[in-house]
Design a protein around this ligand. Sequence first.
Ligand code: ATP
Length: 326
Amino acid sequence: MRVLGIEGTAWAASAAYFDTETGDVFIDSDPYQPESGGIHPREAAEHMAGALPTVIERALSEADSVDAVAFSRGPGLGPCLRIVASAARALAQSLDVPLVGANHMVAHLEIGRHRSGFSNPVCLNASGANAHVLGYHNGRYQVLGETMDTGVGNALDKFARHLEWSHPGGPKIEERARGGEYIDLPYVVKGMDFSFSGIMSAAKDAVDSSERIEDVCFSLQETVFAMLAEVSERALSLTGSDELVLGGGVGQNARLREMLAEMCEARGASFYAPEPRFLRDNAGMIAVLGATMADAGDILEIDESRVDSNFRPDQVDVTWRGAESV
Ligand code: ATP
């Protein structure tokens, strides 16, 4: 099966072509880069409308033929989602192929499962707007733990904005954390959930009261990533799974991957992080999940294809794993 995937939940206008026979995934993306501050929904939507035709054209130029069109239905910014959905509907109709609506967070998980070959992993999604740990049970991805306030990447970005660093802040924090020393910051895990707002305020206060930026960046990463690793470890223990996959843009951080790999090694579990092009928002993961869904007959009628900016992963009926025995 050959699938065209389209992604545009927030900052990445992205299109991809996936051929299940060769396994090749071609991705073309055009990122929205705010001139100042964080992601502005109207500007992001304008970027989406301007950039999508070109990335779609490039993905189609790689395609011998297309058997289905898949798009991100949510979660994400409403104005961006609506543009992506309109493009996907128009393409599916003009190519006369089925339309598939993918949940963006489930796509972050499924690309890790697909690339690792793991059968039943726990997934840590550490992205800009989200932070949660998922496990599969009874036809659904259950949210085993999640943020009680902001997404993990958004929290890092807010701290970076306080330092007047441009968006995205995560890679700049990673860079500046090198050579830092640990200072105490609030560590908040309640049950299986985590909170990032207190630590962000404490980190801002620390730089304002003349702590070294290197030390604050280092401590921020150590503390936030330890929280993510703790909940991931407990999810492995709770589910009895011995496989962990990582998803989301914050997963590009080498220190996070190192901490998760160490935790997994210590408990005899396997860890897999997809390559960076599949971690940050990208249409490749939408095309890959789209192929799996289309293969299971999980397709949308045009008049049922509205977007959902709050589309939670545990709302998805995981039709494509129905035959599995887990
Ligand atoms: P979501 O997938 O929840 O919709 P999103 O649309 O913001 O999130 P992603 O591409 O998954 O997009 O993640 C972007 C986030 O990743 C940003 O907050 C950015 O700062 C963060 N990020 C990127 N690289 C790194 C890094 N090296 N270290 C830490 N964070 C990073």
